[in-house]
Design a protein. Sequence first.
Length: 220
Amino acid sequence: MQSVKTNISRLTDDILTKLDKNESPKKLLLHSCCAPCSSYCLEYLSEYFEITDMFYNPNIYPSEEFYKRSGELERLINEMPLKNPVHFLPCSYDAQEFFEAVRGLESLGEGSDRCRACFRLRLERAAKYAKENGFDFFTTTLSISPYKNAQLLYEISKELSSKYGIAFLPSDFKKKNGYKRSIELSKQYSLYRQDYCGCVFSQRESEQRRKDKENKNGKE
C-alpha cells in the first residue's frame, strides 16, 4: 500500500495566509544551497518574513566551489530589492562533517540514502541554530530543485522540528513555477549556475553522464 503524499504547497499556503502583514514580520531561518535556488525563495518569502539566509553546505567540493557559491549568494542578497530585511549567514567550510555523515554510503547514487544523510546534516544544523537564536521558523531552498525529493525534505524537517521544538515552514518551492522563476532570476542577475549538486560524488556522477552522452553521440 502506497503512502499518501502530503500536499506541501497547501500547508505552506495555510501558514502564510495566517500571518498578519500589519505586524512585524516573523523571523525565518532559510537554509540555502546556492544563489540560483535561493533567488525565487528570497523573492517569495521576503514578502512575509525577515530572513536570515544560512549558507551551510559542507558537502560542496572542492573548497573553491564552496566559496564561489557562497560569494554568489551574498552578492544576490545585496543586489535584490526585497520587501523585508535579509541577512546573510555564512558558515565555515568543514568537508569532514559531510564525509562523516555519509560514511558507508559513498558508493550509492544521487537520490539515495547518501542524499538523505546529507539533507539531514544540513537541515539539522538549521533547525538547531533557529531554535537557539529565537527564530519563528526554519526551512530550506533545496525543494526548489526538480531533482530533490520534497516529500523527503518535508519528513526530515518535520522530525527535526519535533526534536528541537522549532516550527518549520513546509516547502516545495518548485511548485507554482518556482523553478522556472529561479531560472529567470538567475539570468537577470547573471548568477553562476553549477552543473552538479555539490559533493565530490555527484561531481563524478555528472562527469560520467557527460562522458556517456558524448560516447553515445559519437557512435551515432
